[in-house]
Ligand binder design. Structure first.
Ligand SMILES: Nc1nc2c(ncn2[C@@H]2O[C@H](COP(=O)(O)OP(=O)(O)OP(=O)(O)O)[C@@H](O)[C@H]2O)c(=O)[nH]1
Ligand SMILES: [Mg+2]
Length: 881
């Protein structure tokens, strides 16, 4: 044996085959992998030896290996082991779930405060100093107050409607500022989102500058905003505590608070320290206390910023939708979503095509009647225990108001499928089974094709076979729903009683058959959901429908549209009543009866005679046809609004604009009220004999004469003019007619109270005298206002004040003269026409201590004649004149 070769002897543990080895002796050493100094080929050789030894445990195996040589052994066995080792090193990539993620969030730490050495500053004279007093002559003024450190940035979740999943958080990438998840498991493997730390106090950057100004005491640190889709639920990892739910766009949830910034501190000077310590020492020694060296680090701690909060969060997405589509894989959920909405989900003939919910908007009837549908991944039996895609997707139903069960009608046993899905729902959350739901018997075309193939050439026989199969399925599905409710009662299961379907609609996503009926049924289900559980987040949907919900309103409607309104009202109210009754009755509710309760009244009221006797397709479609006929709707028109839906648009479609014209205001009135309202409008001249609106206007002479002749008012004062003829107009605006002896004051008051006075119309018919009186009164009013304003507003110059007062006096005098000419007294304007009183008031208002008071009575000429030097020194700029 050369020096370069070693003989390695092995004694392998026969129990485990190859876990331990010996190095030339019987003493066990470390595991094979931990033998130091061996190359890859050595390890392979050891492995080979282990394998041989495992085959023949009684033998002692020796392997000769050339140290340092990296030769590949010819035997394939070590290769296998090497492959095994590589396989162990592979870290399987974590499955990225779009609707759930655990992340770490870390708020920023606060910045440190400023430490200002006590020596910075200067002595300033002490203004309290008095010779002989105990105040020092100078006091120490520090140069600036020390600044605080900035608070650390918060971590905030922001509800962003532009984001539709949580996938963007997995990599911790994007603008959210997260770090990529580390390989491996545990906390470190989660993506981490850390906000910025607060900046340290720094006089140069603002924080920690001259701190006389409180506003710049702290610098601001921007928060880290993490966008999440609407419907994100935030829980604390570990405890599971619910931190919040983000539903509204722009909603914010602070999940980690930044640490507080450290305080700015004025550090004690060396002298102060020494003096303080030595004094304390001296006192302690005097008391015989042993002195222990203690570092007073209190202020040093105070300066430091606090760490930010740091925690693990579980984010769960619950899709926000009105209707959730549930069913077995391949039932055609995605196909139906595609046919009903503009969504384009992936559709394929194999199960679990859909892995993420797809959303689509169903807008039946346009406008407000919009519903968001969510197509969920397929469920299978045992999903609530984790089979298939598991129960995770079931939580997306949480925020839906109604459900659409999609069944493959061509499957061997659709009823069992329905029951199985209902049971899955019940076991996951019994509340889901209490929600209004519709069953879609999809793939009807396949059934028809099969029937046609079976029945040979006879089309009628094939159609009859399909109808009979559909009837059978509908009855069986309703029976299954009843069975579920009965079992619930029998076993006293938790939660509300499962409800039967609102409608079972045969349809085909491929041919489009039955889709209109399906959309209408979904709207009914949503209406029922809203009535049973009004959602405060939505605006009240049916205030107008409520008003039309009684026959009175229908009777008050214009004749041409009465039928449509009555049908609409009846169908809305009956549906609402049925829904309310259904909510109250619970398990006792008979599904067939409740369904006919929804459909039949509309049909009966319309005289279509299509009230269906039994459950099923025939009944549902007959009711729908009856409604359509009754409402005289075109085939493509939207279905009548269900309970709980704003019928603004559909009433317009069905009734030729009923409710959209001026009569809408009268819709809420009883016939008596309506008659009184019309009479009043007619008396005011607002509508003509035919009931047409004439608009708001001043009546002409004949009408005025008629009003006067009817004894409305006597003609006096301005009686012969058109002014009096305005009485109906004033009446209409809540003012009274000018009576005998009433002057302009009254008229103006009435006009003021009545909204927009037509001044030109009023002044047109006045004679000269009356016009002069009006003008004088206006002048007087203006003058009084000007005088009051002059007294109230502080004047800065004597000139301005004098000028204004002079003007006021002039106007007052003119007004007084005009008022004196006016024979009728103006009771409303009693403060006018008193020149002296006014002048006195002005002098009084000027104030006794006002240096300008002496100037008040002087004329402009007198003022101009005054020497400037004679002017009182009141601070006004001199020489203005
Ligand atoms: N003939 C016919 N085929 C249909 C109809 N609806 C769906 N299909 C077909 O059924 C298959 C499955 O349809 P999907 O819409 O992907 O079914 P799904 O329920 O979304 O399936 P998962 O996403 O796996 O749960 C596709 O091949 C569709 O073309 C229908 O009304 N008639
Ligand atoms: Mg699908």
């Amino acid at each position: 044996m050369t020096a370069k070769q070693h003989v390695l002897g092995f004694k392998l543990n026969s129990a485990s085959g190859h876990s331990l080895g010996c190095f030339g002796s019987s003493r066990p050493v470390a595991a094979v992998g931990r033998l130091r100094g061996l190359g890859r080929s050595d390890t392979a050789a050891l492995g080979f030896a282990a394998a041989v030894q495992a085959q023949q445990p009684s033998r002692r195996t020796c392997v000769q290996v050339a140290a340092g040589r990296q030769e590949a052994p010819p035997d394939p066995a070590p290769k296998r082991i090497a492959v095994k080792q590589d396989a162990a090193a592979v870290v399987p990539e974590a499955h990225k779930v779009f609707d759930e993620i655990v992340i770490n969030v870390k708020a920023g730490a606060g910045g440190n405060g400023e430490v200002v050495p006590a020596g910075r500053g200067r002595y300033v004279p002490n203004h309290k100093y008095k010779p002989g007093g105990n105040q020092p002559k100078t006091i120490w003024l520090p140069a600036s107050e020390p600044g605080d450190g900035a608070d650390g940035g918060d971590v905030v979740l922001v509800c962003d409607p532009g984001v539709d999943s949580l996938l963007h958080l997995h990599a911790g990438s994007g603008g959210a500022g997260g770090k990529k998840a580390a390989a491996g498991k545990g906390d470190a493997a989660r993506p981490t989102f850390a906000a910025r730390d607060g900046s340290n106090a720094n006089p140069n950057t603002g924080s920690g500058g001259p701190k006389r100004n409180a506003d710049i005491k702290k610098a601001k640190t921007p928060a880290l905003e993490i966008p999440v889709p609407p419907g994100t639920v935030v829980k604390r990892k570990g405890t599971g505590a619910l931190l919040g739910e983000l539903l509204q766009p722009g909603q914010r949830l602070v999940v980690a608070r930044g640490g507080a910034g450290g305080h700015g501190v004025m550090a004690p000077s060396r002298e102060q320290n020494r003096a303080r310590v030595s004094r304390a020492e001296r006192e302690a020694r005097n008391k015989g206390v042993e002195v222990v060296e203690v570092d007073d680090a209190g202020w040093r701690e105070d300066v430091k910023g606090q760490p930010g909060q740091q925690l693990g969060l579980t984010l769960l997405l619950r899709v926000v939708a009105d209707v959730g589509l549930v069913g077995f894989p391949n039932a055609g959920k995605s196909s139906l979503l595609k046919s009903l909405t503009r969504a384009s989900p992936t559709i394929a003939p194999y199960p679990f095509t859909t892995l993420m919910p797809n959303l689509g908007v169903l807008s039946a009837g346009g406008g407000a009647n919009k519903a968001v549908l969510a197509d969920l991944p397929g469920l299978i039996e045992g999903a609530h225990k984790g089979r298939g895609l598991g129960r995770n997707f079931l939580r997306h139903l949480r925020r839906t108001s109604a459900l659409l069960h999609v069944l493959d009608a061509s499957a061997p046993d659709p009823v069992t499928d329905y029951y199985a899905v209902r049971e899955e729902l019940r076991m996951y959350n019994p509340d889901y089974c209490a929600r209004p739901h519709v069953v879609a018997l999809n793939k009807m075309d396949l059934l028809a094709a099969a029937a046609a193939a079976g029945a040979g050439a006879s089309e009628e026989a094939a159609a009859a076979a399909v109808v009979s199969r559909m009837k059978e399925l509908v009855t069986a599905i309703r029976g299954a729903a009843q069975t579920q409710a009965a079992e619930h009662a029998e076993h006293s299961y938790e939660g509300p009683v499962p409800v039967p379907p609102i409608s079972v609609v045969p349809c085909s996503a491929a041919t489009g058959e039955g889709l209109k009926e399906l959309a209408a049924a979904l709207q009914r289900a949503l209406g029922a959901a809203r009535v049973a559980e009004p959602d405060v987040l939505r605006s009240a949907p049916d205030t107008l429908a409520e008003a039309r919900g009684n026959t009175t309103a229908a009777a008050a409607a214009p004749p041409a549209t009465t039928t449509a309104a009555a049908v609409s009202a009846l169908s809305a109210s009956s549906a609402r009543k049925a829904a309310a009754a259904a909510a109250a009755e619970g398990a006792e509710r008979q599904p067939v009866a409740s369904t006919s309760g929804r459909g039949a009244p509309a049909a009966v009221a319309a005289g279509a005679g299509a009230a269906a006797a039994g459950a099923g397709v025939a009944m549902a479609s007959a009711a729908a046809v009856g409604r359509r006929k009754a409402a005289a709707m075109t085939p493509g028109a939207p279905p009548p609004p269900p309970a709980g839906w704003d019928d603004g648009s559909s009433s317009g479609g069905g009734g030729g604009g009923w409710g959209a014209d001026a009569n809408d205001a009268a819709a809420d009135l009883s016939p008596e009220e309506l008659a009184a309202f019309n009479e009043r409008c007619r008396s005011l001249g607002l509508i003509d004999e035919k009931g047409n609106f004439t608009g708001v206007r001043l009546p002409d002479d004949e009408e005025a004469a008629a009003v006067v002749a009817a004894g409305g008012s006597s003609a006096a004062g301005f009686a012969e003019d058109d002014l009096n003829a305005a009485s109906p107009w004033l009446d209409a605006h809540g003012a009274h007619s000018p009576g005998a002896g009433a002057g302009m004051g009254d008229t103006m008051d009435a006009a003021d109270g009545g909204g927009e006075p037509d001044w030109m119309a009023e002044l047109e018919g006045l004679d000269e005298q009356a016009m002069a009186a009006v003008l004088a009164e206006l002048e007087a009013e203006e003058a009084a206002e000007a005088a009051a304003a002059a007294a109230a507003a502080p004047l800065t110059s004597a000139t301005g004040r004098t000028h204004q007062q002079q003007q006021a006096r002039t106007r007052t005098a003119a007004a007084a003269t005009a008022a004196a000419n006016n024979t009728e007294g103006d009771e409303g304007e009693g403060d006018d026409g008193d020149e002296d009183g006014d002048g006195e008031a002005l002098v009084k208002m000027a104030g006794a201590d006002d240096p300008d008071a002496a100037l008040v009575g002087l004329s402009l000429e007198q003022l101009l004649a005054m020497e400037k030097d004679d002017w009182p020194d009141n601070g006004a700029p001199k020489g203005l004149l």
